[in-house]
Structure formats: structure tokens, C-alpha cells
Design a protein around this ligand. Structure first.
Ligand SMILES: O[C@H]1[C@H](O)[C@@H](O)[C@H](O)[C@@H](O)[C@H]1O
Length: 554
């Protein structure tokens, strides 16, 4: 990652008031990272508040990273597990009928809707209660949501369970990266954005593997005993496990030094920094002093800025005015929302959520196993993206990868045109997937291959680049701008989850995929016209690109 994308906790006072937790750490699920340019450092001579200059990472720091990773993993697990659940749940929720397309759509999209609704409160709660408590609170929601889903016997309870998980995803995805960003050395923070996406996609792989294993287990029980396939209950219930692990580890972890200073618990903050720094001796004491001093200065400056703005005016209003009044801020917002909207409207998550349903329709004998290719391809190419993105650049990687997505979608649409599918309502809800008459094998395999091409293209570009959104925004509007862009992501995610199966029924699968290809084509044009290359630039350079009348695109 180039220095321009190195997330640093800013030492500037922030005009964002009650959003100050995210002055530099944007909301975005798993994607809240403070991304500040080099220039952020220029006017400040103190060391990074939480950065021991010479020390190598302590065990404590590794633990922190894993802790934050569990939140990403949970996010991925809970969004990925729905795919297998929908094809193994059978008639358990709607006895004696299988789930309808509408049931499936509502169950799926309730998670993203609640994640969207909880997001504005996460930052407030993290300030009031502390970062650690919000992580624990999210874990409680993850556990409650998982158990509720596991015991549900009707669609209503399942939707409530999914919604509770959605609240957990929304809160955890904001606060966990913030927790690390405020505690860990700057060197680690730089990797947060991509690490988060990697943990999410890994969680999705785990969910798909669990869905396959437990779905199979359930079907054999079903076959021998004739009872309900209970595999799906284990799948959704298992989501509680990582959350329980996270609770245990988190209980042993401290609050972040920055929050402790903010609430006047300086002595505790010092002890935390001592653990972060590790080692002993005079050098260590000096490092701890400098770090604590840096945090105190930062917090004081923020308080001061807030006071100057005046108590009468809400801080977010201040920020909102700036965001919409200043041309270059408006442009940054337009681009960030464009990318986030496109990340979801290109239809990727319809595969993430419904691939097992699609492969059941296509007559694959173990659809949950076949659909693993979606999660594994996504994970593998996200890793590839990690190595490529800074070398190739964000704009260029998008312009290279979107045509592959379009090609994959159009080929899949072509494949679907050879297949006569039953309405998705009538798809058998078992994993045996035997449909009569069997769909054309060649066409089904073509669709599988084209979906892999599409997913690879997505993971290389759109799956990652939108989360680098904070580098587009000036510091004083970064938190709000990133928050709005992230809300766009959840909103579009909700729309896709709700409409995919309904579109498949109303338009046919071929036209649904053509529609997504059309959205990608429009997105390509918009990226080409409006999205300047920001790789390798400082935040200020990136922001000034947006000043010129061609939006910085040459
Ligand atoms: O960046 C992530 C990643 O691509 C996930 O696979 C996807 O499910 C999320 O919606 C997206 O935000």
C-alpha cells in the first residue's frame, strides 16, 4: 500500500464533533479505516499517538488484529450462510410448503436493511459506551441472532433473527476496525481496509463450506430418518461460535487509549500504551510519554474545535453544509457513492446469497458444493487484488476488470437461454437438486464457468476499490462522506437481496443477468468519465484532482 493510502490516526482537530471517532476512521463495515495522507503528518512533530516508532509488533497487537478479524469473519459468515440455508431449510418455516421467492427475498434482505439502519448510531454508541463495549454488544447480537435463526419455526422469527444479525454486522463492522486503528501501531493500520475485505470473504468461504458439509449431513439424516433436515439449523446457529470466542478474548482486552483519554481516564490509557509498546527501559518510557501526549493534544484540539463551532449548531450539520456546498466535496461524495452503489448493483451479492438456489435450478447434484466456487473465487481473487491494486491503480483495475464481469454476465445470460427453469418458488428445497427434466448439462457448465469469470472480475476491482473511499474526502468531511457512501452500499445491497429472485421470475434469468451487465456497462462509462486515479497520491493531491472541471480525469 502506498503511503497515500496509509491509514493514520489524524492529529488534526476534527470538525465532525460527535462523529469524532471516525474523524479518520470511516464507517463502512469492516471498512472504516482512517486514511490520511502524508501531509497529515507534515504539520505535526509529535509521534503518532499510538505508534511506537521502533518496536516490532507485540503479541498484544497480534491479538488485536485477530480480534478485529473475527468481526469481519462474522460479517462474511452471516452474509454467506444464507445461500445454503435457503436450499436446505425445506418446509421447516412454511410447513407444508417450501419457501416462496418473496419469503427468501425478505429473509435475505432483512440483514442488510438493519445494517443500514444501525449504521448512524454506531459512531454515537462507540463514543458514549466505548469501543470495547460496542464490540461486546455486537457479539451479543450475533449470538442472539444466530440462536433465534436456529430455533425458528416460521418466516417471521427467521426474519427477526436475520435482522438482529444485521444490527450486529452494522455495528461490528464499524467499531472493530476502529478499535484496532486507535490502539495498534500505524504500520498495522495500513492493511486494515484490505484485511477487512479478506476476512469477510474468508468468512463467506467458511459459511459455504459449513453449508455444504452440514447440508449434506442434514440430507442424509433426512433420507434415513425421514425427519426434517436440521443441517440448516446448525449452519445458522454456528454463527454464534466465533462471537463467543470474540467475547472471551475481548474481555481480556482493554479499551482504546484514545477513548480512555477522551473520557478522562488517562492513567488507564497509559497502561494500555505500555502494553502496546512492550519492552522496558528508558526508551520505552519516553515512547509511552510521547504517545499519551499526542493523544491528549489531539483530543484537546477536537474539543476546542467543537467549542469554537459553537454549542448551538450540531457538528454533523456543519460537516453536511461543507460536504454539499463545496464543489470538490460534492464530487468526492458523488464518486464514492457511485462506486459503492455499483459494487452492489452489479449483482454480486445475488450470487453470494442465492448461488445455491441458482445451482439447484440448474440441476447440479450438490448445489451447495458447486456454489463454493463463488465464495472461493471471490476470496482467491481478493488476495490477488491485494497485491495488484497499488501497482495497477484503482481506476485502471476497475476499467480492466469490469469488462470481464460484463462478459461473464452476458455468457451466463446466453447459457440460461438454453435452459427452461421452473419458477424459483417451486425449486425443490432439498440439496438433491434433481429436477425434471434435467437442464442442459453443457449450458449449466457454461453458466458455472461464466459466473466464475464474473466473480473473479468483481473481486479484483469492485469488491475492493469502493472501500478505499476515504482517500477521496478532505478531513473535515471524511467521516460524514464515508458514512453516506457506506449507507449507499447497504441500501443497494438491500435492493439486490430483495429483488433478485423476483426479477428472475418476472424477467427470466437471462434478462436478469443482462440487466446486471447493463448496470456494469453504465458503471464502466461513469468510472471512465468521473473517477480519477488516486493511487500513489497524498490525500490533498487526490482531493485537488477533483477541483478541475474534468473532475480530474484525463
Ligand atoms: O467488499 C465486500 C466483499 O466483496 C464481499 O464479498 C461482499 O459480499 C460485500 O458486499 C462487499 O462489500
Amino acid at each position: 500500500m502506498s503511503s497515500a493510502q496509509e491509514p493514520l490516526i489524524s492529529r488534526h482537530s476534527s470538525p465532525e464533533g460527535d462523529h469524532d471517532v471516525s474523524d479518520d476512521v470511516e464507517y463502512g463495515d469492516y471498512n472504516h479505516t482512517a486514511v490520511a495522507g502524508n501531509n497529515d503528518d507534515d504539520d505535526n512533530t509529535t509521534a503518532d499517538p499510538t505508534t511506537p516508532s521502533n518496536s516490532s509488533p507485540t503479541l498484544f497487537i497480534y491479538l488485536l488484529t485477530v480480534c478485529a478479524g473475527i468481526s469481519g469473519l462474522l460479517f462474511g459468515y452471516d452474509t454467506g450462510v444464507i445461500s445454503s440455508t435457503l436450499v436446505t431449510v425445506g418446509t421447516a418455516l412454511t410447513h407444508p410448503l417450501p419457501l416462496s421467492s418473496l419469503d427468501k427475498s425478505i429473509i435475505t434482505s432483512s440483514t442488510s436493511l438493519l445494517a443500514l439502519l444501525i449504521s448512524p448510531f454506531s459512531s454515537y454508541l462507540a463514543d458514549r459506551l466505548g469501543r470495547k463495549r460496542v464490540i461486546l454488544f455486537a457479539d451479543a447480537l450475533f449470538i442472539a441472532g444466530a440462536l433465534l435463526q436456529a430455533v425458528s419455526n416460521n418466516v417471521g422469527t427467521m426474519v427477526v433473527g436475520r435482522a438482529v444479525v444485521g444490527m450486529a454486522v452494522g455495528a461490528a463492522s464499524f467499531v472493530a476496525p476502529l478499535y484496532v486503528a486507535e490502539t495498534a501501531p500505524a504500520g498495522l493500520r495500513g492493511r486494515l481496509v484490505t484485511m477487512n475485505v479478506i476476512f469477510i470473504t474468508l468468512g463467506q468461504v467458511v459459511a459455504y463450506v459449513a453449508g455444504w458439509g452440514l447440508g449434506e449431513l442434514g440430507s442424509s439424516e433426512d433420507g434415513s430418518g425421514g425427519g426434517e433436515n436440521v443441517g440448516w439449523r446448525w449452519m445458522v446457529g454456528l454463527g454464534a461460535l466465533p462471537a463467543i470466542v470474540q467475547v472471551v478474548v475481548m474481555l481480556a482486552m482493554p479499551e482504546t487509549p484514545r477513548w480512555l483519554v477522551m473520557v478522562g481516564r488517562g492513567e488507564e490509557a497509559r497502561r494500555v500504551v505500555e502494553r502496546v509498546v512492550g519492552g522496558s527501559g528508558l526508551g520505552r518510557k519516553r515512547e509511552v510519554d510521547v504517545t499519551i501526549k499526542g493523544i491528549e493534544v489531539e483530543v484537546r484540539e477536537e474539543d476546542e474545535a467543537r467549542r469554537l463551532r459553537g454549542a448551538g449548531k450540531a457538528a454533523w450539520l456543519d460537516s453536511a453544509e461543507e460536504l454539499f456546498r463545496v464543489k470538490r466535496n460534492r464530487r468526492a461524495l458523488a464518486i464514492a457513492c457511485l462506486l459503492q452503489g455499483l459494487q452492489q448493483l452489479c449483482g454480486f451479492n445475488s450470487l453470494m446469497y442465492f448461488s445455491a438456489t441458482i445451482f439447484t435450478m440448474l440441476g447440479f447434484s450438490i448445489p451447495t458444493l458447486t456454489s463454493l466456487v463463488v465464495a472461493v473465487t471471490n476470496f482467491a481473487f481478493t488476495l490477488v487484488a491485494l497485491f495488484l491494486i497499488d501497482r495497477i491503480g484503482r481506476r485502471r483495475i476497475l476499467l480492466w476488470s469490469i469488462p470481464f464481469m460484463m462478459g461473464g454476465l452476458l455468457l451466463a445470460a446466453y447459457g440460461f437461454s438454453f435452459i427452461t427453469l421452473a419458477n424459483s418458488d417451486s425449486i425443490a428445497s432439498s440439496t438433491d437438486g434433481d429436477t425434471e427434466p434435467p437442464p442442459a448439462r453443457g449450458a449449466a457448465l457454461t453458466i458455472l464457468a461464466s459466473i466464475m469469470v464474473y466473480v473473479a472480475g468483481y473481486a479484483l476491482g469492485l469488491g475492493n476499490v469502493p472501500w478505499m473511499q476515504s482517500e477521496l474526502f478532505a478531513l473535515n468531511v471524511r467521516s460524514l462522506g464515508s458514512g453516506i457512501a457506506t449507507a449507499t452500499n447497504w441500501g443497494a445491497n438491500f435492493v439486490i437481496g430483495l429483488t433478485f429472485l423476483l426479477l428472475m421470475d418476472a424477467l427470466t434469468p437471462s434478462w436478469t443477468f443482462v440487466l446486471y451487465a447493463g448496470i456494469c456497462a453504465a458503471g464502466y462509462g461513469l468510472v471512465w468519465t468521473f473517477y480519477p486515479e488516486t493511487a500513489g497520491l497524498s490525500l490533498e493531491e487526490a482531493a485537488s484532482l477533483l477541483e478541475d472541471d474534468r473532475w480530474g480525469v484525463r
